[in-house]
Design a protein around this ligand. Structure first.
Ligand code: ZN
Length: 308
């Protein structure tokens, strides 16, 4: 039997925010590696993922072609050894598409995305049986509710928005959170920008982009990661034992380093540095003596930190 594949992308989750967060569920999947994204923003980074290329290890003295070949060959471990043959680069041509590769093996490929830049009308939605943009950008629990497993192996590719600015949990009103004027609505505001390209964005002050002032936003992202870990715990419990998990981020986020905030058209190590965890389903978490589940422990921790 081929393994189910569940690939979870915490959008914009910074490596050091993930390391600082308490993530008991994800920790059970495998050790946290420090990797590097191929791109500094959502669309091209996800495109690389869907070529079968997770964040890279940035190893010196290795040919790029060898690094790619080795990474693609790892799909044999991820899908299981049932096929009894080595996966090679040739299996990915000519489309260079992970969903097309998996569908050719008998998988059903579905994507659930939270960020509109990855909507079903974009090129990135090709080769999936189903590709859905979620109605809200920050509700992994709703996505987990839609995932089901059957005899046919599943490939679920999930883009998660709680860790994206403004780092809002599903029960939080983003309007109540600290905001950076001008960050939202790049496409919505494009017409105004084209009419008045020199106009200043109301309330925008680049002088506020310093690390100390933006630290609360980093801490908020840490809180979102801790919340998401509880939801991942629910998914671990729901998924069959032969499910291979990948949990990573598409890029980091800058919180004042070098005078930058956010991600995208910036070159800075912290925007390329990401966490990477993968492994077979570790099995459902055991309840502790008081009957608490991992999820309730996480919620208690969030309350302690003042996030909820
Ligand atoms: Zn992103």
């Amino acid at each position: 039997m081929l393994n189910n594949i569940v690939w979870l992308v915490f959008d914009s989750a910074r490596y050091d925010a993930f390391v600082a967060a308490r993530t008991p569920s994800i920790d059970r999947i495998g050790p946290t590696a420090r990797r590097f994204s191929y791109a500094s923003w959502t669309a091209p980074s996800h495109y690389a993922f869907l070529m079968g290329l997770p964040p890279h290890a940035n190893e010196p003295r290795v040919l790029a072609a060898d690094a790619h070949r080795r990474e693609l060959a790892l799909w044999q471990c991820r899908i299981g050894d049932e096929l009894g043959r080595a996966v090679s680069f040739a299996d990915f041509v000519p489309s260079l598409s992970l969903p097309a590769f998996l569908r050719a093996l008998g998988y059903r490929a579905e994507a659930y995305v939270s960020l509109p830049v990855l909507n079903p009308h974009t090129l990135i939605a090709q080769h999936f049986d189903k590709f859905e943009l979620m109605p809200v950008y920050n509700d992994l629990a709703a996505i987990v509710g839609r995932l089901s497993f059957s005899e046919q192996p599943s490939f679920y590719f999930v883009n998660i928005g709680e860790t994206h600015y403004p780092y809002a949990l599903p029960n939080e009103n983003a309007e109540d959170l600290p905001r950076i004027p001008g960050v939202h609505g790049v496409w919505r505001g494009l017409d105004d920008f084209l009419r008045h390209p020199g106009a200043a964005i109301e309330g925008f002050d680049s002088g506020r982009f310093d690390i100390e002032r933006l630290r609360p936003l980093w801490q908020k992202q840490v809180g979102c990661i801790e919340y998401l870990d509880g939801v991942v715990g629910d998914l671990i419990a729901k998924a069959p034992p032969n499910t291979w998990f990948i949990v990573t981020a598409d890029h980091g986020e800058l919180f004042g380093e070098g005078g930058y905030f956010g991600h995208g058209p910036f070159i800075h190590p912290k925007v390329f540095e990401v966490f990477f965890v993968e492994g077979l389903n570790p099995g459902a978490a055991k309840a502790d003596a008081s009957g608490s589940t991992e999820q309730s422990i996480i919620m208690a921790r969030l309350k302690q930190l003042g996030y909820i």
